[in-house]
Design a protein around this ligand. Structure first.
Ligand code: NAD
Ligand code: UGA
Length: 460
């Protein structure tokens, strides 16, 4: 027993989009473990301890409330919690490096390294240290070197346990995962540590979904999973450009192609491009790794996934410009949705950022609406002039020349588009960046409608 009624003490360093939800589910499912999430950000921890959680994720609040104060705790006392822990998850951010060697590609590992040093300084007993953050291949080697440096007699066993949840569906992804991946060393202590982690997940994950591998396979599999997912989106988006040139319909093509069970139906939704904190960063990380090992052709292959993603936004803006008589100067554009996907307030690397910047360069006036992401949008676009942030989509669209739909929020389907159309400048345009709305109905109301990868519906 680690302490009193608990079998073991788990600490997670990093109370973000991954640390918060993953540890909440572990606490829910494993009442015999004490789970504490620590962070250097006091406002974040205060929010986790309040009714107003720092992230919006459907189903999360109920689950936090179920365990908080019983076996789930949030704290800024990083050193004390490290000292008392048996098992430590590292779930800090690993953004793309913006400076020095590898800038714009390599992962910035400063937060991981700081965390490792803090673990080393505060540990007086043996610990299992688990990489939950997405890291470059062979990071465990570096972690181990830091943790075992100096004359500390404590033993640290490193595991890799990458997270595959997607935002918006984080809870079901974690409660019913496709798989849980655990990488360990093939040594006696490595196998013991691996079995401790298997024991945690076995509380709710069927045995056949628990995959164990060596450390490097586990680290690489995370990068590859994200690269494959993003590659499917770029593949279908590249085809959407051909559809627009040939009057084929991307919905019909994706449906026909996806029916081949070898290809599958998922992740073939064409749109303005992928966003989110990880796809771009993890592909860049993979590209950097390939270049490091002088696998330049492989690097070029994966780079292309990002090139197509950028192309998709640029193409969208060009299409808007051309359709609206080659000038956007002074025109009001209502941007429907700013989050990188629905059911999250997260705006990291959202295509809406690239779109709004380009529209500002064209000197358009923007009114941005989103049910959960306006505060983040304001931060992302800080310094840009001529932008209004409006919660009510009807007000956002009033007097606008066009609507650009960026996020497939459910509520955008049930708006009264006749009322919206009546309040807009004419001719009224609607550019559907997610093929989310009923285009024929919008056309019948009077809109000129531009879907992705389908012929436009035009009144002139
Ligand atoms: P995040 O930015 O939301 O959270 C990271 C947290 O770590 C922040 O609250 C930050 O204050 C804290 N932190 C940084 N350095 C610290 C330190 N030294 N001590 C204590 N706390 C520290 O990031 P995230 O979205 O949760 O992502 C975390 C990792 O998980 C990344 O590697 C990411 O690639 C990976 N990942 C993210 C997702 C996702 O959907 N967001 C999914 C799978 C994997
Ligand atoms: C993604 C992966 O799906 C997770 O498995 C992974 O754990 C996570 O990245 C991560 O490592 O951070 P996430 O970015 O939260 O999850 O969301 P996705 O559902 O993958 O969507 C990413 C982007 O792709 C969104 O902008 C979405 O609109 C876009 N997308 C998705 C498409 O354009 N078309 C599709 O068919 C699917």
């Amino acid at each position: 027993m680690s302490e009193g009624k608990f079998y073991k003490k788990i600490v997670c360093i990093g109370a973000g989009y991954v640390g918060g939800p993953t540890m909440t589910i572990i606490a829910n499912k494993c009442p015999n473990y004490k789970v504490t999430i620590v962070d250097i950000s006091k406002p974040r921890i205060d929010a986790w301890n309040s009714d107003d959680l720092p992230i919006f994720e459907p189903g999360l609040k109920e689950r936090v409330e179920k365990s908080r104060g019983k076996n789930l705790f949030f704290s800024t006392d990083v050193d004390k919690e490290i000292a008392e822990a048996d098992i430590i998850f590292v779930s800090v951010n690993t953004p793309t490096k913006t400076f020095g060697e590898g800038a714009g590609k390599a992962a910035d590992l400063q937060f991981v390294e700081l965390t490792a040093r803090r673990i080393k300084e505060n540990s007086r007993s043996d610990k299992i240290v688990i990489e939950k953050s997405t890291l470059p291949v062979r990071s465990a080697e570096a972690l181990e070197a830091i943790l075992h440096s100096g004359n500390n007699s404590v033993h640290f066993e490193i595991l890799s346990n990458p997270e595959f949840m997607a935002e918006g569906t984080a809870i079901s992804d974690m409660e019913y995962p496709d798989r849980v991946l655990i990488g360990s060393k093939d040594t006696e202590t490595g196998r013991i540590a691996r079995d401790e982690l298997v024991k945690i997940y076995a509380h709710w994950v069927p045995k056949e979904k628990l995959i164990t591998t060596n450390l490097w396979s586990s680290e690489l599999s995370k990068l590859v999973s994200n690269a494959f997912l993003a590659q499917r989106i770029s593949s279908i988006n590249s085809i959407s450009a051909i559809c627009e040139a040939t009057e084929a319909d991307i919905g019909e093509v994706a449906f026909a192609v996806g029916k081949d069970t070898r290809i599958g139906e998922k992740f073939l939704q064409a749109g303005i491009g992928f966003g989110g904190s990880c796809f771009r960063k993890d592909i860049l990380n993979l590209v950097y790794l390939c270049e490091y090992y002088q696998l330049n052709e492989v690097a070029d292959f994966w780079k292309q996934v990002i090139t197509i993603n950028d192309y998709q936004v640029n193409r969208f803006v060009k299409r808007m410009l051309r359709a609206m008589f080659n000038t956007l100067v002074g025109k009001k554009i209502a941007v429907f949705g700013f989050a990188f996907k629905p059911d999250t307030g997260d705006t990291r690397d959202t295509p809406a950022i690239y779109l709004t910047r380009q529209l500002c360069e064209e000197k358009a006036r923007l009114s941005i609406t989103d049910p959960h992401a306006l505060e983040n949008a304001k931060k992302d676009l800080d310094g840009l002039k001529g932008i209004e942030y409006i919660e009510d989509p009807y007000s956002a669209a009033k007097d606008a020349h066009c609507i650009a739909l960026m996020t497939a929020w459910d509520e955008y389907r049930s708006l009264d588009y006749q009322k919206i159309y009546d309040s807009m400048e004419k001719p009224a345009f609607l550019f559907d960046g997610r093929n989310h709305l009923d285009h024929q109905k919008l056309f019948d109301i009077g809109f000129n409608v531009f879907p992705i990868g389908k012929p436009p519906l035009l009144h002139h």
